[in-house]
Design a protein around this ligand. Structure first.
Ligand code: ATP
Ligand code: MG
Length: 640
C-alpha cells in the first residue's frame, strides 16, 4: 500500500509500506526458484556422471554393458537439462509466476524418474548398482513436495523398480545384464529379487518418512519465523506511524491545526475511511465535533452526543478503547441508522485523557465489518495518548495567548482612562506656575515645578504603556506599512537631540556609509521615530558629559544596519539578558537617572520585530554601549 501521494501537506509526508502479507508467499516462491536452479545444477553432474561412469566401467573395468543406450540416456539428461536451464533463465527474467516454476519442477521430476528407470533397466535391472540412485530422487522429492505427494512418488518409484524387475523376471522385458559384474542369472533368482525389492521398498518408504518429518519440522519453524518477521514488520510500521503522527501533530501549537492533523494522520496511518475527534463542551456534558476527516456533514450533524447518556461515549470516556465490529447492529450506538446510511460498519473509539480527566474521544470508522483487532486497539490507544498531550499543550498555549491579549487590552483601557486627567492636571499646574491665577512665591514655584516633572513622567509612562499595549495587540503599526526613507527620518530625530547633547557637552554625530537613494524600509514614520528616539535618548541620557554619541548607518545585502553607539556608563553583563523586559532598568542607570520607566527598550524591540528586523546590543560598563538595529531593506523608492 502507501498513502495517497503527497500533495505537499505535512500529513501526506507520512509514508510506509505495509505489504507484509506478501512475505510468506514471496519466501515460498523464492525457495521454489532456488530449488529449481539447484536441481538444474545437480543434473549437469548427473548427466555427465552417467556418461563418465558408463565409459569408465566399460573401458577400465571391462564390464560389459549396453554402452550406446546408457550413453544416450546420459546425453538425453544433458539435453533436457539444457532445455530446463534456458526455460528457467527466461522464467526468472520474466518474473514468472509461482505456478510456472512449480510446473518446471514437476516436469523435471517426471523426466528424471523416466531417465532413472531407463538407466536402471539398461544397467542390469535387479542386479543394477544404479538402483540406489533412485533413493536420491526419493529424497529430493521428499524435500520439494508435500508429504503425501512424496509418499505417492516413493510408491511410484517402488512400482517402477518392481515393475521393471518383475517384467524382466517373467521375460516380458529383455534383461540387460552388466557382464563380469554379477552372476547373470541372479535376476531369475526369486530370493535375490525379493530381497532386493524388499530392502529397496522399505528403504524408499523409510527415507521418505524421515526426510518428510525433518522437512515438516523445518517448514513449521520457517512458518514461525515468517510469522514473527511479519509481526515485527507490522510493529515497526506502527511505531513509525506513531512517531510520524507525534511529529506532525507536535509541529504546531495552533489547536485547530493540531486537531485537524491528528484526524487526518490517524485515518491515513490506520488506513480507514474516516476519523473524528469530539471534545467535551464547557458544561462537560456534550461532545462536540471539533475535527473530522472523511465523514459527511450530515453524519457529523446527526444529533447531540450526550456524554451522560450515550452508551458508547460513556464507555469510552471511562478510559477504555471500545471496538465496535458491526456498527449498525451495535446496542452501544445512539445513531445506528445514520451509521448505516454513512456506510460505516466498524468503529474504534479511544478516550482523549487530559491531566484532569477525559477531554474527548478519538474515533476511527471503516466500511468493512470486523475491521479492527487487538493491535488496532493498542495502536489507537497510543495515538490518543500522544494526541492528548498535543491537544493539552495547544490548549494551554491558546489560553496563555488569550490571557496575554486580555492583559494588553486591560493596560490599554486603564492607561487611556488615566491620560486625560493627567494631561489636564499638567496644564493646570502650568497655568499656576506661569502666575496666571495669582502671584506664586519662589518656594511654591519650586514645589510646583517638581510636581510638574512628576506629572510629566507620569504622562510619559502612560504614553509608553499605551504604545506597548497597542503594539502587543498589533495596532501600533496598522496595516499601512510603506517604504520610508530611513536617512531622512534619522536626520530629523538626531536634530531633536542636538541641543540636549550640546547642553550636556556630548558630541553627537551621524555617519552614513551608504548610497542614499535606496535606503528604504517598510514601516510607518511613527514606528521608526519611536525606535530611534528611544535608542538615541538612552544614549544621550546614559552618557556623561564629555562623551560621544555616534549614529552609524550602512547597507548590507538585504538589510539596513543602524548602530547607536555611545561612550556612556555601559550595561552590566548580568543586566543584558533582562534589558528588553518591560520595566527593567539596570542598577547603574537607576543611580544615574532616578526617573525612567524601563519601557523604552521593550517597545523598541516589539516594533523592530514587527518590522521583521532584529535588535542586538553590546556593552561594557564605563566604556560604552552600542545597539545594532537591522531592518529589511526595500528597494522600491516609489512613495505613495
Ligand atoms: P525611559 O526610557 O522611560 O526613560 P529607561 O531608559 O530606563 O527609561 P529603557 O529605555 O527601556 O528604559 O532602557 C532600559 C534600561 O536599559 C535602562 O534603564 C538602562 O539600564 C539600560 N540602557 C539602555 N540604553 C542604555 C545605554 N545607552 N547605556 C547604558 N544603559 C542603557
Ligand atoms: Mg529609555
Amino acid at each position: 500500500m502507501g498513502f495517497p501521494k503527497s500533495n505537499g501537506n505535512a500529513a501526506d509526508r507520512l509514508y510506509w509500506d505495509v505489504s507484509q502479507a506478501g512475505i510468506s508467499r514471496n519466501l515460498v516462491k523464492a525457495e521454489l526458484v532456488s530449488s529449481v536452479s539447484w536441481l538444474i545444477k545437480l543434473r549437469w553432474i548427473a548427466g555427465a556422471g552417467v556418461l563418465i561412469a558408463t565409459w569408465a566401467v566399460h573401458i577400465l573395468l571391462r564390464v560389459g554393458a549396453p554402452v550406446a543406450v546408457l550413453s544416450a540416456i546420459g546425453v538425453a539428461i544433458l539435453l533436457y537439462n539444457t532445455f530446463f536451464f534456458i526455460s528457467e533463465r527466461r522464467a526468472k527474467q520474466r518474473g514468472a509466476s509461482e505456478d510456472e516454476f512449480q510446473s518446471l519442477a514437476i516436469w523435471q521430476t517426471a523426466l528424471d524418474w523416466l531417465a532413472m528407470t531407463l538407466l536402471f533397466h539398461y544397467s542390469g535391472g535387479v542386479e543394477s548398482p544404479a538402483i540406489w540412485y533412485f533413493i536420491f530422487h526419493i529424497i529430493i522429492a521428499a524435500i520439494f513436495f508435500p508429504r503425501h505427494t512424496a509418499f505417492l512418488l516413493s510408491i511410484l518409484a517402488i512400482l517402477l523398480v518392481s515393475g521393471t524387475v518383475l517384467l524382466e523376471y517373467i521375460g516380458l522385458l529383455p534383461h540387460h545384464p552388466l557382464e563380469n559384474y554379477l552372476p547373470v542369472s541372479l535376476y531369475q533368482s526369486p530370493l535375490y529379487v525379493l530381497g532386493v525389492l524388499g530392502f529397496f521398498s522399505t528403504t524408499a518408504i523409510f527415507v521418505t518418512f524421515l526426510v518428510g518429518s525433518i522437512q515438516e519440522r523445518l517448514r513449521r519453524r520457517e512458518a514461525e519465523v515468517i510469522q514473527l518477521s511479519e509481526d515485527l514488520q507490522r510493529t515497526t510500521v506502527r511505531l513509525q506511524a506513531i512517531n510520524q503522527i507525534s511529529k506532525v501533530v507536535g509541529s504546531t501549537l495552533d489547536l485547530k491545526q493540531v486537531l485537524e492533523r491528528l484526524v487526518e494522520t490517524t485515518a491515513k496511518a490506520m488506513e480507514v475511511r474516516a476519523c473524528s475527534i469530539r471534545m467535551l463542551d464547557k458544561s462537560n456534558r456534550y461532545l462536540e465535533p471539533v475535527a473530522v476527516y472523511g465523514l459527511s456533514q450530515t453524519y457529523i450533524n446527526k444529533g447531540p452526543v450526550d456524554a451522560l447518556t450515550n452508551p458508547l461515549a460513556k464507555e469510552t470516556l471511562s478510559g477504555k478503547v471500545v471496538n465496535i465490529p458491526n456498527a449498525p447492529q451495535s446496542p452501544l450506538l445512539q445513531y445506528p441508522l445514520e451509521a448505516r446510511q454513512e456506510g460505516i460498519q466498524s468503529m474504534l473509539s479511544a478516550p482523549l485523557m487530559g491531566k484532569s480527566g477525559p477531554m474527548g474521544i478519538l474515533r476511527v470508522y471503516d466500511v468493512k465489518a470486523n475491521r479492527f483487532n487487538k493491535e488496532d486497539e493498542d495502536f489507537i490507544s497510543a495515538i490518543a495518548a500522544q494526541g492528548s498531550i498535543a491537544i493539552e499543550n495547544a490548549m494551554a498555549y491558546q489560553a496563555m495567548s488569550e490571557l496575554d491579549k486580555m492583559k494588553s487590552q486591560f493596560i490599554q483601557t486603564a492607561t487611556h482612562e488615566l491620560r486625560s486627567p493627567v494631561s489636564v492636571t499638567r496644564s493646570l499646574l502650568r497655568t499656576i506656575t506661569a502666575g496666571y491665577v495669582g502671584e506664586v512665591s519662589e518656594q511654591q514655584k519650586e514645589i510646583l515645578e517638581r510636581a510638574t516633572r512628576r506629572i510629566e513622567f507620569l504622562q510619559r509612562l502612560i504614553d509608553d504603556l499605551l504604545d506597548l499595549a497597542a503594539g502587543k495587540v498589533g495596532s501600533l503599526l496598522g496595516d499601512d506599512l510603506q517604504p520610508i526613507p530611513l536617512k531622512e527620518v534619522m536626520e530629523r530625530i538626531i536634530a531633536r537631540y542636538e541641543i540636549p547633547a550640546r547642553e550636556k557637552q556630548i558630541e553627537l554625530k551621524f555617519e552614513c556609509q551608504c548610497d542614499t537613494e535606496s535606503l528604504y524600509v517598510k514601516a510607518t514614520e511613527d514606528s521608526l521615530d519611536r525606535v530611534f528616539n528611544n535608542l538615541i535618548s538612552n544614549a544621550v541620557k546614559y552618557t556623561l558629559s564629555g562623551g560621544k554619541v555616534v549614529i552609524k548607518m550602512d547597507t548590507l545585502d538585504s538589510e539596513i544596519h543602524i548602530a547607536v553607539q555611545d561612550t556612556g556608563i555601559g550595561i552590566p553583563e548580568e543586566a543584558l539578558p533582562r534589558l528588553f523586559q518591560e520595566f527593567y532598568r539596570a542598577p547603574n542607570a537607576k543611580e544615574l537617572a532616578a526617573e525612567g520607566t524601563g519601557l523604552g527598550l521593550a517597545i523598541t524591540k516589539d516594533i523592530v520585530q514587527r518590522l521583521e528586523g532584529r535588535i542586538t546590543v553590546e556593552s561594557k560598563v564605563n566604556v560604552g554601549t552600542t545597539f545594532h538595529v537591522f531592518l529589511p531593506r526595500v528597494r522600491e523608492t516609489v512613495q505613495q
